[in-house]
Design a protein around this ligand. Structure first.
Ligand SMILES: [Zn+2]
Length: 378
């Protein structure tokens, strides 16, 4: 089966690169992936694969076998990142490789269809918007995506420091990460009469100190830090009534993150109260930690070893980044998951607008995922 898949993918090398080049040329920000979605859907239609819309720009491509079996999902994110040029204008770049993920997702299901490899159960490729906003997965789940899945695979190109081209792993160990913005409200007064006002900067400083003094178990990896502080205005003789801080939080697991978030809230509320101000806490983002299943990891590892040789199967790769892929596991705790970390000689790094990688990775990723899914459904 592996030879059959490899030959089919190699036969389409030019087509696969064309798909990538076309998607790379139409980078779009989260929830604005209209051209991207239309392009992928047209390709699926041409290949005779059925498509189900889930959200405005999120959709599922599906292939069904003739016999009963599990429903296996593959999640491919499709959004790009915004940058500003020197004139201050916004432009978009596929600097996180989601164009590659979409290409691999599309060609995985096309290969399985072409070779007629889905005998039992069915495969769903979930084309997901807005991963960079870390809310796309949740939006898809709220609209019903994932509720009929038994297994779900994710994928991400890895920077050259994590894996070389021709190497891969079955798990990317994400920490939980979150960001919050806190607005402190006090009372403005003349600088000569501070006792008549409530200085919002004092409240922000008290909260910052409280955050710097909080603890979780040092055995677990975690951190919480203030990443922005803003308050005051043009005049130096006004007691400011408003200050804003942002906080970045990291936690090894979801339980640690819950504890940190609760302590951060306490530090802000009571720090503000200590000077007579009020704190309003807005959670900007919160991504759960990774959690994978031995069974699906073993399936993916077998496919990696078959395509690349067992010497090129790497250990799970730790990263301090986050991915909203894990929202699926939070929503459906029984879901079995694994995550393909795909070596691509990617330089200089993800989210760098000059990011580039070896396109050979497109073929390797398609071969591995088509085989991993065929192993389950043939
Ligand atoms: Zn990404």
């Amino acid at each position: 089966m592996q030879n059959q898949i490899s030959q089919a993918v190699d036969k389409h090398r030019d087509d696969i690169v064309n798909t990538y080049t076309d998607l790379h040329a139409i980078p779009e920000w989260g929830y604005q992936e209209f051209k991207t979605a239309a392009y992928i859907k047209a390709q699926l239609k041409e290949a005779g694969i059925s498509v189900r819309d889930v959200t405005e720009t999120g959709f599922i491509a599906e292939l069904k076998g003739t016999e009963d079996g599990p429903t296996v999902g593959l999640r491919a994110d499709i959004d790009a990142l915004p940058y500003k040029n020197e004139a201050g204008e916004t432009y978009y770049v596929h600097a996180c490789g989601h164009d590659a993920h979409a290409t691999i997702g599309l060609w995985t299901i096309r290969t399985l269809k072409e070779l007629n490899l889905i005998r039992k159960g069915n495969i769903q490729v979930i084309f997901q918007p807005a991963e960079e906003l870390l809310t796309g997965a949740k939006t898809m789940i709220e609209a019903g995506a994932g509720n009929d899945l038994d297994e779900l695979y994710g994928l991400h190109l890895r920077p050259i420091h994590d894996a070389r081209l021709g190497q891969a792993a079955s798990a990317l160990l994400h920490n939980s990460s979150g960001a919050a913005e806190v607005t402190f409200s006090g009372r403005a007064a003349h600088g000569s009469r501070p006792h008549l006002g409530v200085n919002a900067i004092d409240a922000a400083a008290m909260a910052t100190l409280g955050i710097n003094c909080l603890w979780a178990n040092p055995i677990d990896s975690w951190s919480a830090k203030v990443t922005k502080i803003a308050g005051g205005g043009i005049a130096t003789n006004i007691i400011p009534d408003r200050a804003v801080i942002t906080i970045d939080m990291r936690g090894q697991d979801n339980k640690t993150m819950d504890e940190i978030l609760s302590k951060v809230k306490t530090a802000c509320k009571h720090g503000a109260a200590a000077v007579g101000a009020e704190a309003e806490i807005k959670l900007l983002s919160m991504v759960p930690t990774s959690s994978y299943t031995p069974e699906t990891m073993a399936n993916l590892e077998a496919a990696i070893s078959a395509v690349l040789g067992s010497d090129n199967l790497l250990e799970p790769i730790p990263t301090s980044g986050g991915d909203d892929f894990h929202e699926f596991k939070v929503a459906y705790p029984e879901l079995k998951t694994a995550f393909l970390c795909l070596g691509a000689d990617l330089t200089p790094g993800l989210h760098d607008p000059t990011m580039t990688f070896d396109k050979e990775a497109l073929f390797i990723g398609t071969k591995i995922l088509a085989l991993a899914i065929a192993q389950r459904l043939s």
